[in-house]
Write a protein that binds this ligand. Sequence first.
Ligand code: WTA
Length: 650
Amino acid sequence: MSNPTATDHIDAMLHENRVIPPSEEFAARARISREQYDAMYRRSLDDPEGFWGDVAGELVWMKPWDRVLDWQEPHVQWFVGGQTNIAYNALDRNVGRGLGNKTAIIWEGEDGTVRTYTYAELLREVKKAANALTSLGVVTGDRVTLYLPLIPEAAIAMLACARIGAIHSVVFGGFSVSALADRINDAQSKVLITADAGQRRGGLVRLKENADQAAQNTPSLEKIVVVCRADCDAPMQEGRDVYWHDVVGSAQGEHEAAALDAEHPLFILYTSGSTGKPKGVLHTTGGYMVGTYLTTGTVFDLRDDDIYWCTADVGWVTGHSYSVYGPLLNGATVLMYEGAPNHPDWGRFWEIVQKHRVTILYTAPTAIRSFMRQGDEIPARYDLSSLRLLGSVGEPINPEAWMWYYRVIGGERCPVVDTWWQTETGAIMLTTLPGAHPSKPGSAGLPMFGVEPAIMTHAGEELGPDDGGLLVIKRPWPSMLRTVYGDEERYRKSYWGEIPHVYFAGDGARRDADGYVTVVGRVDDVLNVSGHRLGTMEIESALVAHPSIAEAAVVGCPDDVKGECVVAFVLPQAGHTVDPNVVRTHVAKEIGALARPDAIYIADALPKTRSGKIMRRFLRQIAAGKEIQGDTSTLEDPGVLDRLAATQAV
Ligand code: WTA
């Protein structure tokens, strides 16, 4: 655990001993009390089949399961033999229980346009979109890539795929042409759903232009469906491209949801790993549905009249589980906001909370830290009294940011739930339940139902209270990833092969005597930049693909706002000079703007062992401006470090 972010965070946490209980008022009305949690948690471990069977029984199954759990490490199946449909459960089921006129989605565009959908309206749109996809030739099991801004059509398209059993693969709209093409090719998608453009900070992001370029190298793609978000100005290719408003607009409004096996694949979502290309994390229908349904209801203490806002884009797992599936399965009213948090100014989030009377806000520490930087006066201008619960996700939250969120945004009235989970886990794994548990700022908290965490050494020895080690999960849970799409071996190795017989999360953590787990950050070569996962290898391969660069090493460096920033060490190709601007643009083009290096060191050599391994530990120290610590004797040329330390980053 040489990651400096982790060390700094541990330092802060060791000095952090505040314990903040929920208010009596909140606790009195909460869905789950401490005693209930204890009993439910115990049952979820002692009798997992009974526990999960009961939760699943709250939802509609077209065919009951024969067996709740089948675990053949590393392969798990939940609700074996059962058939269901997650879109049916999110929509038809809620309309059926009288929520047809309840608002399902309130969407606000960056330009202030507001669109709302009731559950009945959303169902109708999803049915039409399902029919449209079918008319384009999409059948059960086909892959459909979505490359969209955060507009209602994104949720509609996801649900339409789920309704017919097509597997969606959402690619974040900030990803580049080549990142999009790679993901389409890996999934072998037949259809791409995109938009002419998205709005970001007052400008337009021309998604269709990127899609057109990507489509030059994606032989599997047959059709592109284009949503008109901006000016409908995108060039359309005859025979391949169709407008959403044409195909969905003219589609039939009746559609019966497909009965799908519980283990039928629901979606692929690509995420960075420590080696190689991004992994296509595969989730299936039944377990994911049950996991997101239960966690959304309990962690956010959902009530009928809540206005629930998760700020994540649907391009990330948080957007999948907690902007779309989890809240809609619970019949909640979900707010979606398309644009940037600081457009037109830093009051935008608070204006939205005030305008729509948001009661639950779920966002990322990086956003909280950027708001905190702007001072308390901005949120003070808005009426935030509708808020009753706050959530944090995506990266460790430092106690200072936690306290600011609690005090300035929550008015010391709203519990803050810090939720730890991953693309791979599908749903929240560690948190406090807001009416049941006191919070400890900086610590995610206790295991959710069915989750059995442990802190271990690499050798698989379990560690005691307060010892730092590796976070593992000792048994499968329903919303667990099933495999890495098309790469079984990678699944086995990355998750169940690092430490025998446990799920290896890739995070460092410790657990205190009360069982609260503090997750300090990645222990592998994955960076967490503004809550977004980036593999150092991915950025390195993008860098060396540039003609001016011979070799590259990328490390993370602690950053007050982003959590971590990207620092690149590059060796120029003989006879070339490295232009940092060109390099940054190149990385943005290869991966996306979020991977652009914040600092670039142009070096004449990298610190390597005699066997040629780059010693990133030293590069991290240099990037953080720290003294070199540790044994440098294994380096082939220890002088490299002095030369690098004397180099100015550009
Ligand atoms: C980190 C996002 C500390 C962690 C849901 C994990 C966190 C990675 C927390 C997964 C948290 C997420 N406290 N660290 N509350 N939540 N992380 O796949 O390093 O985008 O492994 O899923 O984010 O990121 P992913």
